[in-house]
Ligand binder design. Sequence first.
Ligand code: AMP
Length: 451
Amino acid sequence: MLTISPTGLWTITPPSLFMKLRAVTGMNDILPEESRAYQRLEQRFRTLVETYGFRELRTPIVEELGLFHKSTGETSEVVQKQMFMLAKEGESLALRPEGTPSAARVYIGNKVHAREPVTKWYYIGPMFRAERPQRGRYRQFHQAGCELYGDAGPIGDAELIDMVYRLATDLGLRDVGVRLNTLGGSEARFEYRKRLIAYFTPLSDQLSEHAQARLSDNPLRILDSKDPRDQQASEGAPVLLDCLTDADRAHWQGLLAALDRLKTPYEIDPRLVRGLDYYTRTCFEVVTQSGNIGSQTAILGGGRYDDMLASLGGPATPAIGFAMGIERVLLALGEHKASEPPLVFFAPLGSAATLASLELAAELRAQGLWVELDGRGNSLKSMLRRADGMGARFCVVMGEQEAEQGTAQLKDLIAHEQRVLPQSELVHAIVSAPPSTSTGTSPAQTSGRPA
Ligand code: AMP
């Protein structure tokens, strides 16, 4: 942009001074009042999966582009259309669109199979896909997922599926459903692919352009197309269950028997194929009707990928995993904006009272409580207004006189009660206060710690 400087000369102003300061489309800031909901959900996820023995793996968000081509799959939509690529001095890098390839890279690179027969990892973090953003579908989003290596199932599959069902229902989601299918092993897939091509080829002029392109590279994807033309053409399509080998069938039946024993409800959906190329045998999705998540009712998806590790150059290791979309779950729970008020607000007047308040605030924080101390030297009126605005339950007011006498005024801002008590009793009085009637929570429950 050209402007005239005070000296009258034309100068070029850096465009960055004029650009609108906003986040990239489809990538959202998570503001403090929203991040509490993320923390809570992540904590509940961690707590549950750790009872099954999963341990956390953290990997970089950038990987070599080739990793995703080899694992997520050349024909998957994610690799074909949705990769965020970075070019840097001869390196081809990409922002990770999912967590499974990175975990597989770590598993192979660290020869983990040689150390332990069964490995259980979980991860939580941002993923990146260049999609058209809409409600429940973003270009940066967060997934929490698990990977189980070295267990060919079907018992491991059943436990994993039961775990995600429990997770979804424990989180308070309503009408949770597990959709389940088997994609068979490579032999069954090969046979099925042939049958699908034979079935769809004479119908190809009735298919969408997208499905026509899929016909030669990945005809399975036609089955989960949202286009009505493809859905209609798929109606009489062969089903994979008819192509299973004896071993695939035994695996599938073993899975169903174990889920029945666990009383995990599921619905068999022979059209469920999922978007990533690597799945073999078991694949599943968890859906919910809770909340307002638009057309995106799947909160979680996963499946077995027994061939991936060997195809990446690692040992032939059976594996199964899933990933849950954190934003989708939060939308479904409707607690995207959940935040908690500070519990105790200190409003000291004068330096002696401020110093005494500092000490008491530290004691309360050591009990795990959330404490706000207004040390700016403002008027009592403005401090009380701030305490109220922040939704504090208690306000501790201390003036010069109280500081001298070793007392403090404790105001319960929700019950509208106040009393003067010795400073030595203040911490106990707050910690042991009964739940407030309007919030139904006690101080210990409403502390700043994620539940
Ligand atoms: P996937 O990795 O494609 O199997 O997806 C697993 C889960 O991640 C889905 O069920 C969604 O809950 C979530 N997810 C996938 N893509 C997105 C996206 N673009 N935005 C938000 N959540 C997503």
